[in-house]
Design a protein around this ligand. Structure first.
Ligand code: SF4
Length: 313
């Protein structure tokens, strides 16, 4: 298999960097010193931080190398599940077989094959809500967690409570080491303004790596039609970044499929979706989108960044 930039980067035990053969590492190499402000980014009551029209010059990326030698994901499980040739062959075979299966059938297979070491991370997006709804039917005991960065909308926290009330499923919050007050104080202010890659790394990816440890497989809510990066996602495959099996039951679904199920089954969803926010992340990095804009254009608006790094390869 051809070695990708990500492979080279992982080999060096370096996470979440942009790889350039002979160029210096930069986070936003093409970004001007004055990216657009985060338009319409709402500010929770009591929070005085406001989106600013100016941002610092594109920062030089600090190379990040946490836990480079530590086993991750399924390799840290008991027993570990390493990506042997036979496992990869099995995943490939099952992925092809499940191409025509329904999302619920795919989840049922995943539960049978990997529970109790099967989990799911959710940001409570529409896709994730449909998976939670299906898991409530086929395996409500599946552990589900949410990366609570400290910057989530109150509507997102309220949705977690609605899930608990409707399904009896208590989504576990996974928290970064530092509160946002401690984090901003240690960094001289909000890091999302100057270096969102660093902020996502510290408050999402590090927590996610820690949370994935000990599991063999997890469900992802990505759809292939969301982005060119996601278009290549298999139904079942080995997640090299997090080192565990990744199952994407909605890979073949469209946005219309997702919303049809939400409507038909009265699945709870984030009310911000009705206010122009097709994709909801942290409040400082999310804005409403305009008619005709891409559904993820409201995320990290003003930066050359469209993914937090969870699903990019
Ligand atoms: S989405 Fe924004 S606030 Fe949330 S972790 Fe990433 S940079 Fe920080």
């Amino acid at each position: 298999m051809e070695q990708t930039a990500d492979d080279r980067y992982l080999t060096k035990g370096v996470l979440f960097v942009l790889y350039h053969k002979s160029k210096p590492f930069t986070v936003f190499p093409a970004m001007s010193a004055r990216p657009k402000p985060l338009m319409n980014a709402p500010v929770p009551p009591g929070n005085s931080a406001q989106p600013e029209p100016k941002r610092p010059t594109a920062p030089t990326l600090t190379i990040l190398s946490p836990d480079s030698d530590e086993p991750r994901g399924a390799l840290a499980a008991t027993p570990p599940l390493p990506p042997t040739d036979s496992l990869l062959e099995e995943l490939d075979r099952e992925s092809q077989r499940l191409e025509t299966a329904s999302p619920k059938e795919i989840l049922s297979w995943a539960v049978q094959r990997f529970a109790p070491k099967f989990t799911m991370a959710t940001a409570f997006g529409p896709e994730g809500m449909t998976i939670i709804h299906m898991l409530a039917e086929v395996a409500p005991e599946t552990p589900i967690f949410n990366l609570d960065t400290g910057y989530q909308f109150k509507e997102t926290h309220e949705l977690r409570e609605r899930v608990k009330a409707k399904y009896g499923i208590e989504v576990e919050y996974k928290l970064p080491e530092l509160t946002i007050e401690e984090y901003e104080s240690a960094n001289g202010g909000p890091v999302y303004k100057s270096n969102p890659n660093q902020c996502c790394f510290d408050r999402k990816l590090k927590v996610l790596h820690e949370s994935a440890k000990g599991h063999h497989a997890w469900a992802s809510a990505i759809r292939r039609d969301q982005s060119p990066d996601r278009a290549k996602a298999p139904i079942v495959g080995w997640d090299r970044k997090f080192q565990l099996v990744k199952i994407s039951p909605l890979a073949n679904w469209t946005k219309k499929d997702v919303w049809s199920l939400i409507t038909a089954e009265d699945i709870p969803y984030n009310p911000l979706h009705d206010q122009g926010y097709p994709s909801v992340g942290c409040w400082p990095c999310t804005r409403a989108v305009l008619p005709g804009e891409d559904e993820r254009s409201g995320r990290w608006s003003g930066f050359k960044k469209t993914e937090c790094g969870l699903h990019s390869s």
